[in-house]
Design a protein around this ligand. Structure first.
Ligand code: B1M
Length: 628
C-alpha cells in the first residue's frame, strides 16, 4: 500500500514497464472515462471540467472503486488550445464541454495575423489542465501525461474541417503558415510549460481524431501532419514521448504495414489499433506485425460495445483481444485500451469490462481459441463490424450510370466534377447554356450524376473525405451558374430537407457530407448546424415546409436527443418523415425511436429522401429502410 491518497502503484508499474520498452507481469488496461466518472459521481459538467480538484478526485474515486489499473485523465482534449486562441465553448450538464466549431477562429490571413499566442499559465483553461496534472501526481504519485490537440486537428478546430481541407488544396502556403504558428506559438510552449511544471513528466500525447485516414489522404498526411508532429517533438526537446497515438483508418491504408511503420515513428513506444479498425483488420494481423517489429502493442475495444453490449459480449471481445495481444514472444508488451466510457454507460458494463480484464489476467480462458471479433468472424454492428463512416455499406441507388448515352457537354461537366475541377466546371456549365441547353437538364444530366458516383466511391472506400469535399466544391461551382436561372424559371428543387446534428453533439463532418450529397442530388438543404435543439428544428421545418427532417448524432450520449426530437416533432403536430444517421446509430435504433428511415451513409440517406419525397408526391414507394 502506498502513502498516496489513491493507490494505482501496481497497474502503473506494469503500464510504465511497457511504455519504457520492457515487459509487464500482467496485461494492464487504460481507458478514457471522465464523462462516466462525472455522471457516476453525480457531478455537473459545468463544475467538473472547471474545478481541477473536483475533476481529479471525481475521476480517481470512481476509477479506484471500479478497480482500474492506471489513472485516467481525459478532459475535453480537443478544445483547450482552440479555446485559448479565442474559440467559443459549448458547456453541458451531462456531457464533455466542446468547442463550438461553427464559430470560426481563423478564416483567412487577417485572422491568422491577429492570433495571439496564449500564455499556458494564464490563458483560458490551459492553467486548469496543468493544475489537474499536478494534483493527479500529488494524489497518486503517477505523472500523468498531458494530452494536446494534434497540429492538424487544431488547425481543423480553428478553421473548421472542410475549409481546412479545401485550403490545403487552394492555398497550401496559408495552411503551412497556420500550422507553423500552431506548433511554434501554441503547442510547443504549452507542452514545454507542462514539462517544466510537473516533475518527472516526459510524455505529451496528441489527440488526432481527424488526423488520420480516411479523413485525410496519405498525401495530406505526408505534407500537413507528419512534418508538424516531427517539428513539435523537436521543439519539445526531441523527447520521443511527444507522440500522437489515436489515429484511425488502418483499414483504409493502401499499404497497412507502411501505415503502421509511420504510426511507430509518431508513437515509438507502441502500436495502437482501435475499433472499428481493430475489428476490420483483425487482431492476428496486427500481432504478427508487432512481432516482426518487436514493438509493444495495444488493442482498443469500441465504445459502442462497452455502452450497449451484454456482459457476455463485452467479456468475449476483451478476452479475444487480450488473448491475441498477449500471445507469443512479445506478448508481455501488450496493454488493452477501452476506447471510452460515456456518461450513459451502465456501471454494470464498466464492471463487466474490468472483471473481464482481471479474470483473463487471473488465467481464466472461457473463450480460448475463439477469434470471432474480426473480419472473418461475426459482424453485427455491436461487434464493431458496422461500416466505418458508412463506408462498406451498399446503396440501392437506382441512378444507373448513363455515361455512354450522355451528350458530350454533359459528359464534360460530369468529368469536371469527377476530376474535382472547380475552375472548369462553371466554364462548361456556362458553355452549355450558351449552346442552348436547358438549365434543369444541365443539372440533371451533368451535375447530379457524378455526385451519386462520388458517393458510391466513398461508400466503397475508394475515395476519402477530402476527395468527396473537392467533388462537392466543383459541383457547387457549376450549380452557382445555374441557380439564378433555375430560380427565374421557377424550377423546383427535388424537395426540401432540414438537417441538423442533435443537441449536445458538435460533430458535423458526416452530416455535412450528407448535406452535400443531398444538394448534389437536387434537394434544397437547410442545414441548422450542430448542437441543435428540437425547437429550432421544428420552427425551421414549419417555416420552409420541409419534406424530410434529417438528424445526425456521433455520440452515444446524444442519441437519446434523437428520440426526444422525434417526439417533439410529433407533439408539434408535424407530419414530416425523420431520418437518422451517424456512426453509433443503427436500423434497430432508428426503429426504436420511431424514425422513418436510417441512413448508414450519405448516398443511402439520399436514396431514402428520394423515396420519401416520391412517395409523398405519389411516385415510387418509400422503403423507410437503410436501403441495402
Ligand atoms: Co469525437 N468522438 N469527440 N471528435 N470523434 C467519436 C464520435 C468517438 C466514437 C471517438 C472514441 O472515443 N472512440 C467518441 C464518442 C464516444 C461515445 O459516443 N460515447 C468521441 C468523443 C468522446 C469526443 C469528445 C467527447 C472528445 C473529448 O472532448 N474528450 C468530443 C465531443 C464533442 C461534442 O460533440 N460534444 C469529440 C470531439 C471531436 C472532434 C471535434 C475532434 C472531431 C469532430 C470534428 C467535426 O465533426 N467537426 C471528432 C471526430 C472526428 C471523431 C471521430 C474520430 C470521427 C467522427 C466523424 O467525423 N466521422 C469519432 C470516432 C468514430 O466515429 N469512429 C469520434 C466521419 C464521418 C464522415 O462519419 O459521421 O459516421 P459519420 O458519417 C457518415 C455516416 O454515419 C452517415 O453518413 C456519413 C458519410 O457516409 N451519416 C448520416 C452521418 N450523419 C447522418 C445523417 C443521416 C444519414 C446518414 O440522416 C440525416
Amino acid at each position: 500500500m502506498s502513502n498516496y491518497v489513491y493507490d494505482f502503484q501496481e497497474g502503473v508499474k506494469q503500464y510504465k514497464a511497457i511504455i519504457d520498452g520492457g515487459e509487464a507481469d500482467f496485461v494492464p488496461v487504460t481507458t478514457q472515462m471522465a464523462e462516466f466518472c462525472m455522471a457516476y459521481g453525480g457531478h455537473n459538467g459545468h463544475d467538473f471540467f472547471r474545478d481541477p480538484e473536483l475533476f481529479v478526485r471525481g475521476s480517481l474515486d470512481v476509477q479506484q472503486e471500479m478497480g482500474f489499473h492506471v489513472p485516467d485523465m481525459v478532459w475535453d482534449v480537443y478544445s483547450v488550445e482552440a479555446e485559448a486562441l479565442g474559440g467559443e465553448m459549448a458547456w453541458f450538464d451531462e456531457l464533455y464541454p466542446a468547442l463550438n466549431n461553427t464559430k470560426v477562429v481563423v478564416a483567412n490571413e487577417k485572422d491568422l495575423a491577429r492570433l495571439k499566442a496564449p500564455d499556458p499559465l494564464k490563458t483560458a483553461r490551459m492553467p486548469w489542465v496543468l493544475e489537474v496534472l499536478q494534483i493527479c501526481r500529488e494524489l497518486t504519485g503517477y505523472t500523468h501525461y498531458i494530452h494536446y490537440c494534434s497540429p492538424i486537428n487544431l488547425a481543423a478546430q480553428v478553421m473548421q474541417f472542410e475549409p481546412l481541407i479545401l485550403a490545403m488544396n487552394e492555398n497550401p502556403k496559408f495552411v503551412h503558415r497556420l500550422m507553423n504558428f500552431l506548433v511554434e506559438e501554441v503547442l510547443a510552449p504549452y507542452i514545454n510549460t507542462y514539462f517544466e511544471k510537473v516533475p518527472g513528466s516526459s510524455i505529451a500525447n496528441g489527440k488526432d481524431a481527424v488526423g488520420s485516414l480516411p479523413f485525410i489522404t496519405e498525401d495530406i498526411l505526408e505534407e500537413f501532419s507528419l512534418p508538424y508532429l516531427a517539428k513539435l517533438r523537436k521543439l519539445c526537446g526531441n523527447r520521443p514521448g511527444v507522440r500522437s497515438d489515436n489515429w484511425w483508418g488502418d483499414s483504409f491504408a493502401k499499404d497497412i504495414e507502411k501505415y503502421w511503420d509511420i504510426k511507430l515513428e509518431v508513437t515509438p513506444q507502441y502500436l495502437k489499433i482501435q475499433d472499428p479498425d481493430c475489428f476490420r483488420v483483425g487482431t492476428e494481423r496486427a500481432r504478427e506485425f508487432a512481432d516482426s517489429r518487436e514493438c509493444a502493442l495495444s488493442f482498443g475495444v469500441g465504445t459502442l460495445l462497452l455502452q450497449v453490449g451484454t456482459r457476455e459480449q463485452i467479456t468475449q471481445r476483451i478476452h479475444e483481444y487480450m488473448e491475441v495481444g498477449s500471445r507469443g514472444p512479445h506478448g508481455k508488451k501488450f496493454f488493452l485500451y477501452l476506447c471510452s466510457f460515456s456518461a450513459q454507460t451502465p456501471p454494470e458494463n464498466v464492471r463487466a469490462a474490468i472483471d473481464a480484464v482481471n479474470s483473463f489476467n487471473a488465467g481464466e480462458r472461457p473463450y480460448a481459441g475463439q477469434i470471432e471479433s474480426g473480419p472473418d468472424g461475426i459482424a453485427p454492428e455491436i461487434a464493431g463490424g458496422k461500416g466505418f463512416m458508412g463506408i462498406g455499406s451498399k446503396t440501392d441507388s437506382t441512378d444507373e450510370d448513363e455515361g455512354p448515352r450522355r451528350k458530350k457537354i454533359f459528359q464534360d461537366i460530369y468529368n469536371a466534377v469527377m476530376e474535382f475541377d472547380d475552375a472548369e466546371c462553371p466554364v462548361l456549365v456556362t458553355k452549355a447554356l450558351e449552346d442552348g441547353e436547358v438549365a434543369l437538364e444541365i443539372l440533371d444530366e451533368g451535375l447530379i450524376p457524378p455526385m451519386g458516383e462520388i458517393g458510391d466511391l466513398f461508400a466503397s472506400g475508394e475515395l476519402f473525405v477530402p476527395e468527396m469535399l473537392m467533388a462537392a466544391r466543383a459541383m457547387k461551382a457549376g450549380l452557382a451558374v445555374l441557380k439564378p436561372i433555375l430560380a427565374k424559371t421557377q424550377s423546383k428543387p427535388k424537395g426540401t430537407i432540414v438537417i441538423a446534428t442533435v443537441f449536445g453533439d458538435l460533430h458535423d463532418i458526416g452530416k455535412n457530407l450528407v448535406g452535400m450529397m443531398l444538394e448534389g442530388a437536387g434537394f434544397k438543404v437547410i442545414d441548422l448546424g450542430v448542437n441543435t435543439k428540437a425547437e429550432a428544428i421544428i420552427e425551421t421545418a414549419k417555416e420552409v415546409n420541409a419534406d424530410v427532417i434529417g438528424l445526425s448524432a456521433l455520440l452515444t450520449t446524444t442519441m437519446p436527443f434523437m428520440k426526444l426530437t422525434i417526439e417533439a416533432i410529433a407533439e408539434a403536430g408535424l407530419d414530416i418523415p425523420v431520418i437518422v444517421g451517424g456512426a453509433p446509430v443503427s436500423q434497430d435504433f432508428a426503429n426504436s425511436v420511431g424514425a422513418t428511415g436510417y441512413g448508414d451513409n450519405a448516398p443511402i440517406a439520399v436514396d431514402i429522401c428520394k423515396n420519401l419525397v416520391a412517395k409523398a408526391t405519389g411516385g415510387i414507394e418509400a422503403t423507410a429502410q437503410q436501403g441495402s
